[in-house]
Design a protein. Structure first.
Length: 360
């Protein structure tokens, strides 16, 4: 069942479209992330969903009910949505219990219901032992849990989160993204999550909308976003990749220094002329001795640069043809600078990418 529907959603400031004709439909209970760099329009889109900003064009519907259009908008307090901000926005003069109970009190729920539901929620977010503390007595992760509990306890139809983990350190971000996904799975609320962190979006989303200059470049499940990016922007923004150029030549595609059968590539519909392809560093292997291989390209070259990252070696491979590729290898595969090596490429991981619609 469709829960939230954005149709042609656009927001202009003067002649600049910061959100440019976005179409996005969320199913009941789905977790969708709006992912992109600063200035791509993701927070403006979220604020239009919340009702804080009116669209210049297009509509927003929830349960087939019109919420926003250029002509009229339902105010935020009547949308049955909860929003969590980057700053958490919890009240410093209220205890944990009072912060979480605030929304229920504003809705004039009976006192015994407020106490019961607040205590239940504090237990779910593991703050029941801290209910009498004030925000300045809490860690960043605990404050984030208060914000989550306050947003969820009122049972919103849609939960909106605007970069809620950006103020936390790396280890705490990883812990809290798991907590957010756990709470989503428990309550099954339709959720829209804004972030610029690719790993965050990949870890917790059902689908990801990758935004670029106000447009959605690709909307898909995380594994497809990574393995089969549609545009050069998506390929470069989601993880690391190499861009190489290829030209079809009969049944093969010619790249610099090697060729691959069209049928072996991880992409179809290759047009005539030069195209850009993406190949991930993880989809190649580098060897000190030439491997026996009959079906995959093996290219001679040398190590032009290397960086040890603990869990991996990050190599720059330089082929005799001039081709340079970034390759990731296991920590046990230690190769020396300028050492002669052989690179083996998995052709099924070579994917053609197009220019972004935002750059068209």
């Amino acid at each position: 069942m469709q829960k939230l529907n954005l149709k042609g959603l656009t927001k202009r400031y003067a002649s600049t479209a910061v959100v440019d004709h976005i179409d996005l439909a969320l199913q009941e209970g789905e977790f969708v992330s709006l992912l992109g760099p600063s200035g791509c329009g993701k927070t403006t889109t979220l604020r239009m969903i919340a009702g804080f900003i009116d669209p210049s064009e297009g509509t927003i519907e929830m349960n087939d009910r019109l919420l926003s259009s250029p002509a009229a908008s339902v105010p935020p307090e009547r949308r049955n949505m909860s929003m969590i901000f980057q700053s958490y926005a919890i009240w410093p003069n209220m205890t944990v219990f009072e912060n979480v109970a605030f929304g229920l009190r504003a809705r004039r729920r009976p006192r015994d219901e407020i106490v019961r539901r607040t205590n239940e929620m504090l237990s779910i977010v593991r703050l029941d032992q801290l209910s009498d503390r004030y925000p300045n007595e809490l860690s960043g992760g605990q404050q984030q849990r208060v914000a989550l509990a306050r947003a969820i306890v009122v049972k919103p139809e849609v939960l909106l989160l605007d970069e809620p983990l950006s103020n936390l350190d790396a280890n705490l971000r990883e812990e809290m993204r798991g907590e957010i996904r756990r709470l989503h799975d428990e309550f099954r609320m339709t959720t829209v999550y804004v972030t610029h962190d690719q790993s965050e979006a990949m870890a917790i989303s059902d689908r990801i909308a990758v935004m670029n200059k106000g447009k959605v470049d690709q909307l898909d499940v995380p594994v497809n976003i990574y393995r089969t990016p549609k545009t050069r922007f998506v390929a470069g923004f989601i993880g690391r990749t190499n861009f190489i150029e290829g030209r079809p030549n009969g049944d093969v595609v010619d790249f610099t220094g090697f060729n691959v059968a069209k049928s072996s590539l991880g992409t179809t519909g290759i047009p005539a002329g030069v195209s850009t392809f993406s190949v991930r560093p993880q989809s190649m292997e580098v060897f000190a001795a030439q491997p026996a291989e009959a079906t995959r390209p093996v290219i001679p070259g040398k190590i032009a640069n290397r960086t040890f990252l603990g869990e991996t070696w990050d190599y720059t491979f330089a082929a005799e043809s001039g081709l340079r590729l970034r390759v990731v290898s296991s920590p046990a595969n230690a190769l020396e600078m300028h050492q002669p090596v052989w690179l083996r490429i998995d052709p099924s991981q070579i994917v053609r990418v197009e220019d972004s619609p935002a750059n068209a």
